[in-house]
Design a protein around this ligand. Structure first.
Ligand code: IMP
Length: 404
């Protein structure tokens, strides 16, 4: 199965790290094409819990090269820190290739984020300002690190402080990674041409896409399947496009979230699901699965299948609700609106499905699930029109029901 994509179908935090890690077993390459260290992909394996922000999740498998395409904005300090933490767990160093065309996130980007950070609830990782400099054609790219004078001029022009220290850090980073900075586009194209399995790992989720998400409460990159061409320069014929959705919904930061549960139910989901940000530690807003949003994500990405994660979190409920439509200004719709204000005014309509009491944590066998849990999954399959091929039943890498 040469090319597959794993794409968030909600507002990020869908447990994509675990899904990518599962499908990348035996793959030759795993590629990040968007976002930066704002992502927090968690993988729990025999080495422990890895919180990945830039290293592609599949690259934790020995033999699977991790590639950062030019659509990624790369914070060199964050990458070094991440690699140090992986090393401290006793893991072998992941094999990495960093696109020379990728833009750097520099200290002034974080400083410039101030106002937007509050208004939008960003991760404060300098992501928006780094992409803004890229679009304004005033960014610094990995390829530029070869030229210290260019780096010094750039830092002076952007008012980066302390300039000498930052320049020295960048020179050290360049010396360490020089052999791993290169033509990511050509490497991906060649891996595909040779029939290697290549996994494209989306960061954030469809509803956080700069254009297709809930603008302006979005991130600054292309988070959908369309981001693969945008962020790698390779025209990829995908064999599988796996949409990842939690069995409920979460969102961090500001912005509309129609099926949000602000009371006890939301707290229950947050505590059972451990819904605190992997990057920022912020409590996530929690609510029910939203089929309007999920169908929209399917329309945008053309998923071939769904991975439904964290099903175990829902054990213990009498009924499980699913949003099936919105009422906006007194009118019913099942379309996902373009304006955040309109989505913010949407009142969801729900169906309630029978819940199940049994704990299902760690189950690997479809037939071992309670009937109600199986009926819930099958109902979603029917409602979205996609097979659910993977079901997450716990944080560990082995806690998966694989139905393929
Ligand atoms: P930024 O990407 O830091 O600019 O943040 C913009 C919005 O995207 C904020 O609402 C963040 O909380 C959200 N966001 C960014 N990265 C992630 C992620 O990996 N998971 C979930 N939300 C994210």
């Amino acid at each position: 199965m040469p090319a597959l994509a794993v794409i968030g179908a909600q507002w990020g935090d869908e447990a994509k790290g675990k899904v990518v890690h599962a499908v990348a077993r035996g793959a030759g390459m795993c590629v990040r094409f968007n976002g930066g260290a704002n992502a927090g992909h968690t993988v729990v394996d025999r080495w422990g819990t890895a919180q990945l922000h830039l290293v592609p999740s599949g690259a934790l498998h020995p033999g699977c090269r991790g590639v950062l395409g030019h659509g990624v904005v790369l914070d060199p300090w964050a990458l070094e820190e991440e690699l140090a933490l992986l090393r401290a767990q006793g893991r072998p160093e992941p094999e990495l290739l960093l696109s020379a065309r990728a833009h750097l996130v520099l200290p002034h980007h974080r400083l410039r984020e101030g106002e937007a950070a509050g208004r939008l609830g960003t991760t404060r990782r300098g992501i928006g300002p780094a992409y803004a400099d890229r679009a304004a054609r005033q960014g610094l790219r990995l390829a530029d690190l070869v030229d210290p004078a260019c780096v010094r001029d750039h830092l002076a022009r952007m008012g980066t402080e302390p300039a000498a220290e930052v320049a020295a850090d960048l020179a050290r980073f360049h010396a360490r990674f020089v052999d791993r900075i290169g033509d990511a586009r050509a490497a991906i194209a060649s891996a595909l041409a040779q029939g290697e399995t290549v996994v494209f790992e989306g960061a954030q989720g469809t509803l956080l896409d700069l254009d297709l998400g809930t603008y302006p409460y979005v991130t600054s990159s292309s988070t959908t399947v369309h981001g693969i061409g945008w962020g790698t320069g390779v025209r990829v014929k995908l064999d599988r496009v796996i949409g990842v959705a939690k069995a409920y919904t979460t969102r961090v930061g500001e912005g509309p979230f129609p099926t949000e549960e602000k009371g006890e139910m939301g707290t229950w989901l947050r505590e059972r699901g451990g819904e605190y940000g992997a990057t920022t530690g912020r409590p996530r807003r929690c609510g029910w699965l939203d089929l309007v949003a999920l169908r929209y994500a399917h329309e945008v990405n053309g998923f071939t299948e769904l991975a439904l994660t964290k099903l175990d979190v829902l054990s213990g409920l009498d009924e499980v609700k699913v949003g099936v439509g919105y009422r906006i200004g007194g009118r019913r719709t099942d379309r996902f609106p373009a304006r955040a204000e309109e989505l913010g005014a949407a009142e969801p309509e729900y169906v309630a499905l029978p819940g199940w009491r049994e704990e299902i944590g760690g189950l690997q066998d479809w037939d071992a699930l309670p009937g109600e849990a199986r009926a819930f999954v099958q109902w979603i399959e029917g409602a979205v029109g996609l097979p659910v091929t993977l079901i997450g039943t716990g944080p560990g890498a082995e806690a998966v029901i694989d139905r393929r």
